[in-house]
Design a protein around this ligand. Structure first.
Ligand code: TUI
Length: 316
């Protein structure tokens, strides 16, 4: 099998696999490694200032000659400045999360940048298609970080039916079975986060990676539902504190103060107790840390075996 789709032509990549933009985790090192392995590596701007993003873009360009992207977290206070940098740098692909990027699309398109909003609903997917997005990532609530309500299983086919631009599936995908399932739902590509976090090239702290490797099926929980910013991360002292404060009816400000700096604590300090170790529900299936190239090969080489297995079970 060629293992190619419309996504490969549009984005100039070998395999229809994007690496999810993970704040503090998806640095130039990870993005370049994924792009060099034939997927689309994506630097996450998160809440970082524009000059940090510009440095990461420059660094990524020294590490790969392949296309790469930058994910813009639309709740960041630096969104406008970050978008200016991305337009100036003519970054090949811009992905977005946690909001509606509509007003930035014309300036990005004008310099030839491809735009891929991450969407949690059919309504936003349709709007993004109308506004000129090149593809959408339909992300189910299985994913790590800021989550929507719908599961990947329910969201992806509904988005596929609603738009004609290609759809990538995200949330709960970490091996060839997930890739086949995504394509069965009508997706033309996948976006994968947690599996790439557990790669040798990822610069996140070893403790964070090992916590994902040790995690079981129910260990990636959602906190912050009451604040309107639900976030999935590995259960620890921080998530228990969150739960306690939410139950006690603490103010949104108090609860958010608890989370401030949590991602830095996890990714830089390796604090597994008070760090916010964002990770998806598929964490329980991730058992090792290996190079991106190997992750990519296993994802794709496994597909024909999964398809043969389906045939076998249906012919039993
Ligand atoms: O954005 C994500 N995942 C993220 S962003 C992030 S950074 C962060 N740090 C601390 C606290 C909160 C976030 C960590 N993980 N995924 C894509 C995604 N986008 N999921 C859901 C959405 C979304 C939600 C609402 C997109 C749009 C939306 O509303 C759009 C509108 O119409 O305003």
């Amino acid at each position: 099998m060629k293992m190619q789709s419309r996504i490969c032509d549009i984005f100039g990549i070998r395999y229809p696999v994007f690496q999810g933009g993970m704040a503090w985790v998806s640095t130039a090192e990870l993005a370049a490694a994924v792009s060099n392995a034939g997927g689309l590596g994506i630097i996450a701007a998160g809440n970082a200032p524009a000059d940090w993003v510009a440095e990461q873009v420059a660094k990524c360009r020294t590490m790969t000659d392949k296309p790469f992207g930058v994910n813009v977290m639309l709740m960041s206070p630096y969104v406008d400045e970050v978008m200016e940098v991305l337009v100036r740098e003519r970054v090949p692909v811009v992905a977005t999360g946690a909001g509606n990027p509509g007003k930035y699309i014309p300036a990005l398109k004008a310099v030839g940048t491809k735009i891929v909003p991450v969407v949690p609903s059919v309504a936003l997917a349709k709007k993004m298609e109308k506004d000129g997005a090149d593809a959408v990532v339909a992300e189910g609530t299985e994913s790590g970080g800021h989550v929507g309500e719908l599961t990947t299983m329910a969201l992806v086919p509904q988005v596929v039916d609603a738009v004609s631009i290609p759809v990538l599936a995200a949330g709960g995908i970490a091996d060839a079975r997930g890739v086949v399932a995504a394509f069965a739902l009508g997706a033309e590509g996948v976006q994968i986060g947690t599996r790439f976090l557990c790669s040798t090239e990822c610069t996140a702290h070893e403790n964070y990676k090992q916590a994902i490797v040790a995690a079981k099926d129910r260990d990636a929980v959602v906190t912050g539902r009451s604040t309107g910013h639900p976030v999935r991360c590995l259960k620890n002292k921080l998530t228990r504190e969150y739960d306690r404060m939410e139950k006690e009816g603490a103010s949104i400000e108090e609860i958010e103060k608890l989370g401030a700096g949590g991602l830095r604590n996890a990714t830089v300090e390796g604090d597994t107790q008070m760090g916010s170790m964002m990770a998806g529900q598929i964490s329980g299936m991730i058992a090792d840390i290996k190079p991106c190239q190997q992750i990519m090969e296993e994802l794709l080489d496994g597909v024909s075996g999964v398809l043969a297995g389906i045939q076998e079970r249906l012919d039993a």
